[in-house]
Design a protein. Structure first.
Length: 525
């Protein structure tokens, strides 16, 4: 189940667009679609054997693959860069304020500084110093809860770790049994930094960035030199976050940036009705983040970032997912996928009750276009578009009025920008909300064609389109086709489609697709 894609060029200039590292997340594994003989997801969860469970665990994580473009075709290069980072057998370090904290310590790791593997990796980001950030999102599905009475039970409840696990790992690996290992879930939900050009390097969970069900880690260097990272917490009524480094990025001294993500300030967004967006710092000792509310250090604040945001009176959003920054204007765009659970508690940003269609939020840092301040305490906000069908008034959809019926969008999920500042938006859920295939759209964010959507690609039945990513020359657009042929009722034997092999003896398979122009050149000139 491919998701986030990052492309790291292996050469400078035009050659870098033809030779690079494809870095790809693998979010989850679905045993009923992987192995024959199971009648349902529950049947597979309860009856896969230990070897099959190990296959599922090995399928989670991240891949680094060296690729080269030969003519119009991309090919895998067998070489030293190729690497698999998995839940099953990859050791990962902790760094930053929470590393070594007693709430990270377990019988397997009494130091609280190492963890086996990473899971639920959804969207992510690429840093200017050439590393990849992958984000652990839906960790609540992987642990068999609930926790025993006490502090961690309250913590786990806020992260949804209250139910039987959706996956079988707890049956063979005791650390996924929360009653026996209540600290183990605290070791997931972080941003993992990977150096794809150094296959011997150990990945690191950067705890300064905070812990939540994180979607995206969009990196931008502010004009002050500080590193800024934007993220969403992908659940109903959750929050948008910004992290600002204490140190300044040194473009000519790569080694000095090695641990720059270990010290900074995490803030959460509050959107006022007058159009102001206020960034509220989540700092121990301030605004109720005190022992009286169960916070005894900055480590507690970062580990329980969701509860800290609750106390700070941030704005609950309609499922925040990817967050991307325009390379032209510096404006920031957050994909809010939907919120069918919102009733009457609407506001300017989240204006629709029982929102099945989602919206895109535009966050506007102060300053002229291209020279904005990403570290300012206050931004402005606008709703860039509202998903749905404009011909159905009850949807409340809003795009550019010239958007054609075949180009309407719902359930924005991942996004990216091209060098000219066009926003590319993928969807997850349009198949169910609008009875149309999920896919990829492109639009301008400025001028007369602002929010004029054009559909660029569609994916097979049952799939979502994830991780849109350009090669450095923008002559290739990579997309991930995740879980084709799957829904809650499908099995290995009875998928809704058999893409990409279309053979009766093969189940559908997730894949990464490289899109190029037949005559060459940039995807969009």
């Amino acid at each position: 189940n491919a998701d986030f894609i990052g492309y790291i060029p292996l050469a400078d200039g035009p050659a870098g667009g033809r030779h690079g590292l494809l870095c790809c997340n693998h979010e989850f594994a679905n045993g009923v679609m992987m192995f024959p003989g199971f009648s349902s997801r529950d049947d597979a969860r309860n009856h896969v054997d230990e070897n099959q469970c190990g296959v599922e665990m090995a399928a989670l994580g991240h891949s680094v693959v060296e690729i080269r473009k030969e003519g119009a075709t991309w090919r895998v290069v067998e070489g030293p860069y190729n690497r698999r980072i998995s839940l099953k057998d990859t050791e990962i370090a902790f760094s930053g304020p929470v590393a070594g904290h007693p709430r990270l310590q377990t019988r397997q790791d009494p130091t609280g500084t190492r963890v086996q593997g990473t899971l639920a990796n959804c969207s992510g980001g690429v840093t200017p110093w050439g590393t990849v950030l992958i984000c652990e999102e839906n960790i609540n599905y992987f642990f068999d809860g609930p926790a025993p009475e006490g502090r961690e039970k309250i913590n786990h409840q806020r992260y949804g770790i209250t139910k039987p696990s959706r996956y079988p790992y707890y049956r063979f690996d005791e650390r996924f049994r929360v009653a026996e290992h209540p600290n183990e879930p605290n070791r997931f939900g972080w941003v993992v930094e990977i150096d794809p050009k150094n296959p011997q390097s150990m990945p690191v969970k950067r705890t300064s960035l905070g812990r939540f069900l994180r979607e995206a880690a969009q990196v931008v260097i502010d004009k002050s030199g500080r590193v800024v990272i934007y993220s969403g917490d992908d659940s109903y009524f959750e929050y948008l976050y910004r992290w600002v480094s204490d140190s300044r990025y040194e473009p000519h001294a790569p080694e000095s940036n090695k641990n720059i993500l270990d010290s900074g300030t995490l803030s959460v967004a509050k959107c006022e009705e007058d159009g102001r967006l206020v960034w509220i710092p989540l700092i121990y000792g301030r605004a109720g983040l005190t022992p009286g509310n169960g916070f005894h250090s900055q480590a507690d604040v970062l580990l329980e970032a969701r509860r800290a945001a609750d106390i700070s009176d941030a704005t609950p959003m309609d499922r925040p997912e990817d967050v991307e920054v325009s390379p032209v204007t510096g404006r920031v765009y957050a994909m809010l996928t939907k919120n069918k659970k919102r009733s009457t508690d609407t506001d300017g940003v989240n204006s629709r009750a029982k929102n099945h269609y989602g919206q895109v939020l535009e966050m506007i840092p102060p300053g002229p276009a291209g020279d904005v301040s990403h570290i300012a305490d206050e931004f402005q906000w606008e709703v860039f578009l509202l998903g749905g069908n404009p011909e159905e008034p009850e949807h409340g959809a809003r795009f550019h009025p010239s958007t054609q019926p075949d180009d309407i969008l719902a359930n924005p999920d991942n996004a990216t920008f091209d060098a000219k500042g066009r926003l590319w938006i993928s969807s997850d859920g349009a198949e169910s909300s609008l009875a149309m295939a999920d896919g990829l759209w492109v639009c301008e964010t400025q001028g007369e064609e602002r929010a004029l959507l054009r559909r660029f690609a569609a994916v097979p039945k049952g799939a979502e389109l994830s991780g849109p990513c350009f090669a450095s020359d923008e002559e290739t657009l990579f997309i991930a086709v995740q879980h084709p042929g799957a829904d809650w009722e499908t099995t290995y034997a009875q998928p809704t489609c058999r893409w990409p092999d279309f053979r009766e003896d093969m189940p559908p398979r997730s894949a990464v697709v490289a899109i190029t122009r037949r005559k060459g050149g940039r995807i969009l000139d």
